[in-house]
Design a protein around this ligand. Structure first.
Ligand code: AKB
Length: 316
């Protein structure tokens, strides 16, 4: 039997769509979805599913052994806003799950690893516009610290043990199938649901808070693109900068108003404002473009159209 792909955290915002895309590409039998909670086959497609705690090394190893897994996408993580409420739990989940997978790769039990990083690795002292690949990184959130630390470990395991680990610094991601959970960029998804349901939205980020964002299809294409690239092309073994579009809450509102003219937005910033203020406004991803041919496709109005078209049914 040929080897399989394991997705850990398959029921989350990225994991769901990644599972479906990989199942469509390689066939249901080749992709094992796993998560700490049950998944929804309607959106991630039918196929193997395992309840799995990413921090439990023996359980992860057992799934890898039983299904003859050679590639792992480790998508389980606690995101920025929720991690501020549960710092120890977030650190444990984000770091232990990574070490489990890196050590299995080091011991040659798997061949290839994808691990997501984030724009949260940057901080207030980072240049906020066109943030370069290599720059000052002083993250001020638990999530950002865990992602920056993770990047260092990925590079270390590659340099020291030749582990083939590949990573992307995701911006805020927009999708309609699964909602994000506990991030600072979540407003940019929620706003579409509220626009259709109530015709208005109270934003927890202030006017003028520009953040890097990306439509999920672009993010999935990037994830598969970096994993498909020849090993020699992957020159950054910490994590690659990745850019889509940058915008503020009022820009999304204006984009929605082109379709729903009466839509209204108001602003009531909460603790997430400080997190957003510490992150860059735009990202220079020229190294990813050069090394493995990355290119984004979706701009804000295209994202708005897809979101409203696909969510409309739900709120009729
Ligand atoms: C979050 O807001 O925490 C995430 C991220 C930018 O990594 N969406």
């Amino acid at each position: 039997m040929k080897s399989r792909i394991l997705i850990i955290g398959a029921c989350g915002q990225i994991g769901t769509e990644l599972t479906l895309t990989l199942r469509n590409r390689f066939g249901a039998d080749k992709v094992v979805a796993s998560d700490i909670r049950e998944g929804n086959e309607d959106i991630m497609g039918e196929g193997h599913f395992e309840l799995l705690d990413a921090t439990d090394l023996a359980a992860v190893e057992d799934v890898i052994f039983r299904y003859k897994v050679d590639t792992v996408y480790l998508m389980a993580a606690m995101l920025s806003a929720i991690a501020e409420r549960f710092p120890a739990k977030a650190w444990h989940l984000n770091m232990t799950s990574l070490f489990n997978v890196l050590n299995l790769a080091k011991d040659k039990k798997i061949k290839k690893v994808f691990w997501p990083s984030s724009i949260a690795v940057f901080g207030e002292t980072t240049p906020a516009q066109d943030t370069p690949q290599l720059t000052v990184m002083e993250p001020s959130t638990v999530y950002g610290i865990s992602k920056q630390t993770g990047e260092r470990w990925c590079e270390y395991y590659h340099n020291k043990y030749d582990v083939d680990v590949r990573s992307i610094r995701y911006p805020g991601l927009i999708s309609y199938t699964t909602e994000p959970g506990g991030g600072t960029t979540d407003y940019a998804v929620d706003i579409y649901h509220r626009a259709l349901k109530h015709g208005q939205y109270r934003s927890f980020l202030n006017k003028g808070t520009i953040l890097p964002m990306m439509y999920m299809d672009d993010a999935i294409r990037a994830t598969i693109g970096i994993m498909d690239a020849p090993k020699k092309n992957i020159k950054v073994r910490s994590s690659y900068n990745l850019a889509g579009v940058s915008y503020a809450p009022e820009d999304v509102a204006a984009s929605i108003q082109k379709v729903i003219p009466n839509f209204e937005i108001s602003y009531e910033p909460d603790f997430r404002q400080a997190i957003a203020d510490s992150w860059p406004e735009s990202i220079d991803d020229s190294i990813a473009r050069k090394d493995w041919g990355w290119e984004h496709k979706f701009d804000l109005d295209a994202i708005t159209k897809i979101m409203l078209d696909n969510l409309e049914e739900r709120y009729k």
